[in-house]
Write a protein of this length. Structure first.
Length: 329
């Protein structure tokens, strides 16, 4: 770990890196079944977006992945993060679909996708996406991810370079040993502390505490990790919360978090990413990405998303669209 990356560990920018690794992720069957809230299902949500988007499923790498696709052109894979689902890209998908075949995927353990007992290390999850890309008839794709999705996107580019046309990382990079330096106790005055890292190491307790109560957790995360909490409205929060309320979704979320040790070991074997790489950093995380990404990829550019907290595609969608279109060409 470099001195630059170590110096960021106690800053808010480094701490928000962990948002994607927190506990309860998404419910069994997720939004596709509309959960117990009676809210809209994935198919209805997909149809609500301009551009002819449709909800579908693919059996790949031993799991059933849910995805929403629309548009024409080169494939652009969008991988979501915690505590959300594919729906987090709703504000940017219609415009991007005018140039690209946009495919927003619920990761293993998320939303309408399977929630198996294992396979939550990012290398395995990247294999899921690789097989999905091939099953859809593509040899190569633009890969973009936010939060946990960014970690999977990075692993995709590291393990499947020939299938990676470009890589975009939104506010997060791949886990490395710097995560071991996050303190158990927050320094006085620190605005956000990743308390959920420790919480989700506890077996079965998160399920007992969060089942049917995930809206409290979703609201806390979105209120504290956004520059403007109003940028993610009540309806959207309800959609996310409905995807988090069941025990197997919470277990799946813990699996993502508990796999960080393996992710860190896997990362040690990776060379530099060879695909052109774009980092989109929030007001919180830009300095972190600017410090670490040049050591992880050979062709890197990092842009700050001004006025945004962690959830860049929802907080500043126009800026994210512009940056992606400029980068992807």
């Amino acid at each position: 770990m470099t001195e630059d990356s170590r110096s960021f560990l106690n800053r808010r920018s480094m701490l928000t890196l962990g948002a994607g690794a927190a506990a309860a992720l998404v419910a069994s069957g997720g939004i596709a079944e509309a959960g117990q809230s009676g809210g809209p299902g994935d198919a209805e949500l997909a149809r609500s977006l301009p551009g002819g988007f449709r909800s579908a499923y693919a059996q790949v790498n031993g799991v059933r992945l849910h995805y929403v696709s629309g548009g024409r052109g080169e494939p652009l894979i969008l991988l979501p993060g915690w505590p959300e689902t594919w729906w987090q890209y709703r504000k940017i998908m219609p415009t991007l679909a005018k140039r690209y075949r946009v495919i927003a995927v619920d990761l293993r353990g998320m939303g309408g996708s399977s929630k198996p007992q294992d396979g939550y290390d990012k290398k395995t999850m990247a294999r899921d996406i690789f097989e999905l890309v091939r099953s859809l008839g593509y040899r190569q794709a633009h890969i973009a991810g936010h939060d946990i999705g960014a970690m999977v996107a990075f692993s995709f580019a590291a393990n499947h370079p020939d299938a990676t046309k470009t890589l975009t990382l939104m506010d997060v990079s791949h886990p490395d040993e710097s995560l071991y330096q996050i303190p158990m106790l927050a320094p006085p005055g620190q605005p956000v502390h990743v308390w959920w890292f420790a919480f989700n190491q506890v077996a079965t307790l998160p399920e007992q505490l969060l089942t049917g109560r995930s809206r409290f957790l979703v609201d806390w995360m979105l209120d504290h990790l956004t520059a403007d909490p109003a940028s993610i409205g009540d309806r959207d929060r309800a959609i996310y919360a409905a995807a988090y309320d069941r025990p197997d979704a919470i277990r799946a979320g813990n699996g993502w978090y508990q796999a960080f040790g393996k992710d860190i070991e896997d990362q040690k074997a990776y060379g530099k990413i060879t695909a052109p790489t774009l980092g989109l950093g929030s007001e919180f995380n830009y300095d972190y990405l600017a410090a670490v990404l040049p050591s992880k990829a050979v062709d890197v550019r990092v842009r700050k998303i001004a006025g945004s907290g962690h959830f860049v595609a929802e907080e500043q969608p126009r800026t994210v669209i512009d940056e992606l279109q400029t980068f992807l060409g």
